[in-house]
Design a protein around this ligand. Structure first.
Ligand code: GDP
Ligand code: GDP
Length: 450
């Protein structure tokens, strides 16, 4: 599971600045809380091949009343989900009463903490260290979020406790060569891992019930509180699946109940764990911004994707047409995904989801021969040459597969750093068409120097 790191601190200490620096805000997700002015932000960040979920909890000072108290409560909920808290402090202000209250709150919760003394560009780091160590809540790490100082040391210590992700062993694949076994990958024998995700109230729990209620659920561990009992294995005919639980599903007879509410962190972790994501939307609401944000995360993760447009029951014909054309327009960026129109409540269309899940999974994990990938590359280049760079043509020589789920195609050649995005997209489309890949993104990476 991806580790979760929360940035905590009173307003103006530099949380957003640090958040932006660590995440590069490529894909920040803002949690919606009605009536709350300051939003929480989530992002997936990466440092030296290690990925983690970063949360900017919004400013809290421990003294809030009224609407601010509500906001603070939300921030504490985010903090409860974190594996590690970075308590940000402002070195220019020194230690304040609000910092003390936050530190007390964190200590009470027994959270693993690092004290991060920000803005040391204008203060002597030793003075900041001495001042903040009075909080006795762990090591004090001086940084400047704005100028990028001390960030590497901070991340080194912050991520030290978490296991590194296995990187794709590109070299190993190259050595294995054609016809030899490639990397061990997910297989349908173990059960396809499905994550059902979407905004609150789109019908995820109803869909989970529908899917689990009709199939054979293998006994699963309901202990719940441990972070690894998250799979609910079930069988449908001969096929095996594992549903990744994002809401603490409990069984009561035939009914499955979600015991927790929507959690962005659990959603992001489930996407990461899954082979295939079933993304649920509410047909009555159409595509809203938050759907697009979440879908952006799915795309970024490279997971295979099936879209379920739920609550299709009771919709008038003209409304259905309107929704369909809206989908076509706004979901172009995930046009590889099958869209299903379902009613989780009545069950219509739900069975058909499995076909697309199977197809997407198969495409996501298929191994393609280097000779086939190279032939497709040669044909594509013959039809449409890569552009000239400084008077020299980009040369793309051969291709092979570097990983699966999502399929990663490694292309070797010269001046590859100059390949334009549009050309990569052309190659991706060509591979998709020739290899008949649906339901999963395709990654293309280049290796130069030959
Ligand atoms: P937040 O309210 O905790 O999210 O704080 P912001 O990230 O919005 O930063 C508050 C102010 O502090 C802004 O004016 C930032 O430009 C400034 N700031 C943030 N980091 C640094 C830093 O490392 N050095 C200095 N000098 N200013 C900083
Ligand atoms: P979740 O928050 O995404 O898990 O959503 P729920 O499964 O709790 O559903 C939210 C509400 O939508 C509930 O009142 C459901 O009864 C209703 N709902 C779910 N699926 C459907 C559907 O297919 N059709 C209709 N009309 N309502 C549905």
């Amino acid at each position: 599971m991806l580790p979760v790191i929360a940035l905590v601190g009173r307003p103006n200490v530099g949380k957003s600045t640090l958040f932006n620096r660590l995440s590069k805000t490529r894909n920040a997700l803002v949690a919606e809380h009605a009536g709350l002015t300051r939003d929480r932000q989530y992002a997936e960040a990466k440092w030296q091949g290690r990925r983690y979920i970063l949360i900017d909890t919004g400013g809290i000072s421990g003294e809030e009343v009224g609407i601010d108290a509500k906001m603070a409560e939300q921030s504490w909920l985010a903090i409860d989900e974190a594996d590690l808290v970075l308590l940000l402090l402002d070195s220019r202000d020194g230690l304040t009463a609000a910092d003390q209250m936050l530190a007390d709150g964190l200590r009470k919760r027994g959270k693993r903490c690092l004290l991060v003394a920000n803005k040391i560009d204008s203060v002597n780091p030793d003075i900041a260290r001495a001042e903040f160590s009075a909080l006795s809540l762990g090591e004090v790490l001086p940084i400047s979020a704005a100028h990028g100082r001390g960030i590497a040391a901070l991340l080194e210590i912050a991520l030290a406790g978490f296991a590194a992700e296995p990187e794709i062993a590109v070299e190993a694949v190259e050595e294995a060569g054609e016809g030899k076994p490639l990397l061990p990958g997910p297989s349908a024998k173990d059960g396809i891992k499905i994550a059902i995700i979407g905004r609150p109230n789109v019908g995820k729990s109803t869909l989970v019930n529908r899917m689990l209620g009709e199939e054979r659920v293998i006994v699963f561990d309901q202990a719940g509180t441990t972070r690894d009992s998250i799979y609910i294995p079930f069988e449908r005919g001969e096929e095996k699946y594992k549903l990744i639980d994002t809401a603490g599903v409990r069984r009561r007879g035939k009914i499955f109940e979600a015991v927790e509410k929507f959690s962005v962190v659990k959603t992001l972790q489930a996407i990461e764990e899954a082979n295939v994501v079933i993304f649920v939307m509410d047909a009555h609401e159409g595509v809203v911004q938050h759907d697009l944000n979440l879908l952006g995360f799915v795309l970024e993760s490279g997971r295979a994707l099936v879209i379920a447009l739920n609550k299709w029951d009771g919709m008038a014909a003209d409304e259905r047409e309107r929704v369909k054309s809206e989908l076509q327009r706004r979901l172009l960026f995930v046009d590889f995904a099958e869209i299903h129109f379902v009613s989780a409540l009545h069950g219509s269309g739900v069975g058909l989801l499995y076909r697309s899940v199977q197809d997407a999974f198969r495409c996501a994990v298929t191994r393609f021969k280097a000779s086939q990938l190279t032939r497709i590359l040669e044909d594509a280049v013959a039809v449409h040459q890569p552009p000239l760079v400084n008077g020299r043509r980009i040369k793309l020589r051969y291709a092979h597969q570097g990983g699966a789920n999502p399929p990663l195609i490694l292309i070797h050649g010269n001046q590859v750093e100059a390949v334009p995005r549009s050309y990569s997209r052309y190659l991706e489309n060509t591979y998709r068409r020739e290899l008949k890949i649906t339901g999963t993104p395709i990654r293309i990476e280049y290796k130069g120097g030959e």
